[in-house]
Design a protein around this ligand. Structure first.
Ligand SMILES: [Zn+2]
Length: 387
């Protein structure tokens, strides 16, 4: 019985929090109306949340209307979330408040580090942020690390770069060093989560595809991320689009990421232009100058993206499809150019967008995941942060 009561209290508080978040500020009477909870439940639960400093209350005076009801809002400074994007060569750290507003970002190189170096570095930074935010009533509330690889349902990494897999227990090792709750999540899933909470919180069918050194997919259906039986769903870069095509590290040939990842495009361009270290600025300039080699390869690149996109859209039938790509961000008409290549009369993207969050999506999604776990709300809406 006590367990049931605790569960109901948690559900009611989550409902109250998500309603306050949605409205920005709201009176207790209106909160009762929008949640359907009775007034005494609202009074008790908001009282507890105020005691925990998680809510603010404010009486607003108006010179014509007189005293207005007391409004409740979230106290964004009651605690802070740390997100980490752990990529092959660097780690990005971001701190947000409890409403998802980014407060600071730091990028650190991970040159030639082994597992122990990485644990040491992550521990050092997590402890640093713990100290920096310990004056807040709830301090640093947790950490989520975006992993560019496979992560199972137990937050165990089974394949990733840098070397954090192969029997390692990154989550336990960091938790024992920092006494914080640490979550490990796949980067493409965190990108999809960020696109949802920061841009499209009402969409129940959102597909996010990340084109980087490989290709990852995150699919949000209602309030859930599709993760699959082991947690490895969305490894769409290894969909074969070319029989007997280019060899892939997965053991197959002709995988989509051998054609449509940014790494593959840059490698092709580098070979064709006889130039190593090609930057996004180089590509932008060559495109503006209508360089024939760049334009020809870019044309093929869009074709190859469209082949995979056609397959994925037929599989998922999303409402919103978002491509996260620094390369496509360079071109204002990239979404339109891709759309003209999607000719299926059966399933087409309802809305096709290039991500505005770009390379911050993973780390923003990591912060949002910490906040979601803290509040216990299935649906977050951080669109006000970006307005
Ligand atoms: Zn492959």
């Amino acid at each position: 019985m006590a367990k049931d009561n605790a569960h109901i209290k948690k559900m009611n508080q989550a409902l109250i929090i998500s309603s306050i978040m949605k409205h920005g500020e709201i009176s207790r009477a209106d909160l009762a109306k929008v949640t359907g909870l009775n007034k005494s439940t609202i009074t008790v639960q908001t009282g507890q949340l105020l005691e925990q400093t998680l809510l603010l209350e404010e009486t607003q005076e108006h010179y014509l209307l007189g005293r207005r009801p007391i409004s409740l809002s979230i106290n964004p400074e009651a605690g802070y979330a740390l997100g980490i994007d752990l990529d092959r060569n660097y780690a990005v750290f971001m701190i947000t408040d409890l409403l998802g507003k980014p407060l600071q970002t730091e990028k650190v190189a991970l040159a030639a580090m082994d597992y122990h170096d990485i644990v040491r570095l992550l521990t050092q930074y997590i402890r640093h942020y713990q100290g920096e935010y310990d004056q807040a009533s709830h301090g640093l509330i947790g950490v989520t690390i975006g992993i560019h690889g496979l992560v199972d349902h137990q937050d165990q990494v089974t394949f990733a770069q840098p070397p954090i897999d192969q029997g390692r227990h990154l989550q336990q090792d960091l938790q024992s060093q920092t006494s914080l709750r640490i979550h490990l999540k796949n980067n493409a899933n965190l990108c999809a989560f960020a696109e949802s909470v920061y841009g499209h919180p009402r969409s129940n069918h959102l597909l996010s595809i990340h084109l980087g050194s490989g290709i990852g997919l995150g699919l949000r259906v209602n309030t859930e991320t599709l993760t699959g039986y082991h947690g490895f769903a969305g490894e769409i870069g290894h969909m074969i689009i070319q029989p007997e095509g280019r060899p892939c590290s997965c053991g197959n040939m002709g995988c989509w990421e051998q054609y449509a990842s940014e790494r593959s495009f840059i490698e092709q361009l580098s070979t064709a232009k006889h130039k190593s270290d090609i930057s996004y600025e180089d590509i932008k300039r060559w495109k503006q100058e209508s360089d024939p080699v760049t334009c020809r390869l870019m044309d093929h690149y869009y074709d190859d993206i469209a082949i995979g996109l056609n397959n994925v859209i037929n599989l998922c039938n999303p409402e919103i499809t978002i491509l996260n790509s620094e390369l496509l961000q360079l071109h204002s008409n990239a979404a339109q150019d891709l759309r003209t290549r999607l000719r299926s009369t059966i399933s087409n993207p309802h809305v096709l967008l290039i991500s505005e969050l770009g390379n911050q999506a993973c780390v923003m999604g990591a912060c949002a995941y910490v906040i979601q776990q803290f509040w216990g709300t299935p649906r977050l809406d951080f669109t006000a942060v970006r307005a």
